[in-house]
Design a protein around this ligand. Structure first.
Ligand code: NAD
Ligand code: UGA
Length: 461
């Protein structure tokens, strides 16, 4: 049922990194729609209803505060929400399956299936169900089967509307998207549902940026977008290793190739490897799909993007080990940045997790600092043996350390006083700039031995 005041009731199931921000933007841009976000986690919902949101995303809090309680609501009353909704976005997590058939590659669809069954059991009126979560191609078919099973006379129209926002820039990505993709069935009811969803986005997105496709193209495009972005990073990271061997400079190579308009300059920054909750998961999902359809050569091609990423993280650790005389036993190291990228506290699949585990294995003592991710870092390394401290102030983290490993390029790290930092450190002092974001010549002049990625080292030794 639609309440009188609002044009339609939108429900989003899953109040995570995607559900919370996307619905906040929709509520801001569409005051004529009522938007409710529900979740099984009371803790998450309580946080969305507080001033300390469960996720850190620049610009998000202001936007939540401007509409919360007006046309944006966060609730644990999932069944009630389903019953009232006209349009239901499904934005639950779709992690890699870690057991049974497809373990380590396929998507674990249990949360999607639970959600579908709950929608079916609590719907008394026809609904549009929108796949916002990233799903394997043809997932809509399984959803439709579950929703229409039994003697339920309610009609569900399923749309695919994948989310392309990146963390840290989520608000601007959603307010000014490159494109909005909507996949639907090519039937009268499918196209009508598509138009209803388009009406929402047309509140702020120019019409030419709305792309419509069939359901399967839309589902697949999301996986392919992430795979191609990650493939660019793995490509440049392979070249970084060649640069280190040949004294070429990967930043110069990226710039030279990126100015070719056919290649473009984005996603060509070499680093310690890509992280985040989706790249690895979505590529492995693509690999699994290819294997399922017996396209083994295609599967092997995409799997290599992940293998190179693992190789790159290990290469970063090996460079530290080699530079520091092949032993880290008892040496103190400051880790600058733990989040998988700046401007987020998210550490899911962050390269820092792998790198810190390996440094602890080598018996280094770690002093980890990060502006927003220290709570997550503590959890991620909880079960790993070794000496580790979590310190908010980078100047305190560097006291008495032999080296700094910069893993996340927080802008605040560029503004630190490295002369002061050098004085606090053991000598010889090493800095491993995993993101090539510092002024290497200046650091070298101060006295640091500087190890960038994909560039010759600047060493006094
Ligand atoms: P998340 O883990 O942050 O949030 C998912 C939420 O769903 C959790 O709060 C969880 O409690 C809830 N949930 C799980 N099962 C539920 C159920 N049965 N009923 C109600 N709530 C339930 O995940 P996320 O990062 O928001 O990702 C969600 C989806 O969006 C994934 O498919 C992901 O691949 C995709 N995606 C994520 C990003 C990103 O930047 N994180 C970007 C684009 C797409
Ligand atoms: C990525 C995509 O960019 C989004 O379009 C997509 O919606 C999202 O995944 C998703 O599906 O979850 P996100 O993971 O939030 O977004 O962040 P990115 O900016 O893509 O960065 C991912 C990783 O790649 C980070 O660890 C980053 O440091 C690394 N990266 C990025 C590089 O190492 N080099 C680059 O040039 C760019």
């Amino acid at each position: 049922m639609t309440s009188k005041k609002f044009k339609k009731n939108i429900l989003c199931i899953g109040a995570g990194y995607v559900g919370g921000p996307t619905m906040t933007i929709i509520a801001n841009k569409c005051p004529d729609y009522k938007v409710t976000v529900v979740d099984i986690s009371k803790e998450r919902i309580d946080a969305w209803n507080s001033d300390k949101l469960p996720i850190f995303e620049p610009g998000l809090l202001e936007r939540v505060l401007s509409v919360r309680g007006k046309n944006l609501f966060f609730s644990t009353e999932i069944d009630l929400g389903i019953n009232e909704a006209d349009i239901i976005f499904v934005s639950v997590n779709t992690p890699t399956k870690m057991f049974g058939e497809g373990a380590g590659k396929a998507v674990d669809l249990q949360f999607i299936e639970q959600t579908a069954r709950r929608i079916k059991n609590n719907s008394k009126t026809n609904k549009i169900v929108v796949e916002k979560s990233t799903l394997p191609v043809r997932a809509a078919e399984a959803l439709a089967t579950i929703l229409h099973s039994g003697d339920n006379s309610v009609e569900f129209e399923i749309l695919s509307n994948p989310e392309f926002m990146a963390e840290g820039t989520g608000v601007s990505d959603m307010e000014n998207p490159d494109r909005i993709l909507i996949g639907s069935r090519d039937t009268v009811s499918g196209l009508a549902a598509r138009d209803i969803l388009m009406d929402i986005y047309l509140h702020w997105v120019p019409k030419e940026r709305l792309i419509t496709t069939n359901l399967w193209s839309s589902e697949l495009s999301k996986l392919v977008a992430n795979a191609v972005l990650a493939q660019r990073i793995s490509s440049i990271n392979t070249i970084a290793s060649l640069c280190e061997a040949t004294e070429a400079d990967v930043t110069e190579v990226s710039r030279a190739i990126g100015m070719d308009s056919r290649i473009g300059s984005k996603f060509l920054n070499a680093g310690p490897g890509f992280g985040g909750s989706c790249f690895r998961k979505d590529i492995l999902n693509l690999v699994y799909l290819c294997e399922y359809y017996q396209l083994n050569e295609v599967a092997a091609f995409w799997e290599q993007v992940v293998s190179i990423n693992d190789y790159q993280m290990e290469r970063y650790v090996k460079r530290i080990l080699q530079a520091m005389f092949n032993t880290l036993v008892g040496k103190k190291m400051a880790v600058f940045g733990f989040a998988f990228k700046p401007d987020t506290g998210d550490t899911r699949d962050a390269p820092a997790i792998y790198i810190c585990k390996r440094l602890l294995e080598e018996k280094a003592c770690l002093k980890i600092t990060d502006p927003y991710a220290l709570d997550n870092a503590r959890n991620d390394l909880q079960s790993i043996e070794g000496k580790k401290e979590f310190i908010e102030d980078p100047y305190k983290a560097v006291e008495g350390v032999h080296a700094i490993a910069l893993i996340t390029e927080w802008s605040s790290y560029k503004k630190l006083d490295y002369r002061k930092i050098f004085e606090k450190m053991e000598k010889p002092a090493f800095i491993f700039d995993g993101r090539n974001c510092l002024d290497h010549q200046a650091l070298y002049k101060i006295g640091f031995n500087v190890y960038p990625v994909g560039k010759p080292e600047l060493s006094h030794l």
